[in-house]
Write a protein that binds this ligand. Structure first.
Ligand code: IPD
Length: 257
């Protein structure tokens, strides 16, 4: 499975990069306020869905741009063809292809490829975790006095909740924050240690399914209770080492969204 998924993620990233090289001619539509989709997203998702269906014909599919196939195996591949579409369409580097396997009710394996950052991660619980072909090291112990967290706030989240989150991080937790505009890029930054963790509000399962299993393998957890996660719904979560989850978890219970 590893080799097949790696090949599909590579091919998808190369197709996305080919579209990125002709940005001015891409057709772009608005899905909602501050939410864009381009022919690149759709084309890359079609490729991933076709390749996964060929390799794993009994597995289900769920994609951000509409890919959908019922599962006959109990396993479902959850796809974000281009996470960070806004960045992609503006010529930025923070975007990635994400393919994750949902199995036995939780993320079990994933591959993410950020071509413009030259980062390819693959793995999952019990399957190892690799970055660019090398083992991903476990993160050093969390130190609150120098901590920084990536933040992703979906535009549909009420502004009061967005402000409450930023206030909580700066004032209550007393830590720094960063924002790449791509949940997968933020979570890759957790893997490489650019940030200690991630706070996401209004995040979708396809933003998470590819990279969370890789992080779990190196001891990074989340506040999500997978038994109650709706794969089509919006999620609020913290991801990081246990002390960071405990530091930021009270915020989640205080929000209206
Ligand atoms: C978005 C990005 C962003 C997050 C949004 C997502 P997309 O994904 O991951 O960081 O805050 O909630 O929708 O639409 O670019 O695939």
């Amino acid at each position: 499975m590893r080799n097949e998924v790696a090949a599909i993620a590579r091919e998808a990233g190369e197709l996305a990069a080919a579209h990125f090289a002709r940005l001015p001619s891409l057709r772009v539509e608005e899905k909602g306020p501050l939410d864009l989709v381009s022919e690149a997203d759709r084309d890359v998702e079609r490729l991933i869905a076709r390749r996964l269906a060929e390799s794993f014909p009994d597995d289900g599919l769920l994609g951000e741009e509409g890919a959908s196939r019922p599962s006959r195996s109990g396993r479902t591949w959850v796809i974000d063809p281009i996470d960070g579409t806004f960045n992609f369409l503006r010529g930025g580097a923070n975007w990635a292809v994400s393919i994750g396997l949902h199995e036995d009710g939780r993320p079990s394996f994933g591959a993410v490829f950020a071509p413009r950052r030259d980062q390819f991660l693959i793995g999952g619980p019990g399957a190892g975790a690799m970055i660019n072909g090398a083992p991903l090291p476990r993160r050093p112990a969390f130190e609150a006095s120098v901590a920084v967290v990536g933040v992703g706030l979906h535009p549909a989240i009420p502004v009061d909740d967005q402000m409450a989150a930023l206030r909580f991080i700066a004032e209550t937790a007393g830590i720094a924050s960063r924002n790449t505009g791509s949940a997968v890029s933020d979570l890759i930054d957790v893997a490489t240690g650019l940030v200690d963790g991630y706070l996401g509000l209004g995040i979708s399962s396809w933003d998470l399914m590819g990279v969370l299993p890789i992080l779990e393998e190196v001891g990074i957890g989340t506040t999500l209770d997978w038994d109650s996660v709706d794969l089509g719904g919006k999620l609020n979560l913290v991801c990081g080492p246990q002390p960071l989850l405990e530091l930021l978890d009270p915020l989640l219970g205080s929000l209206s969204c």
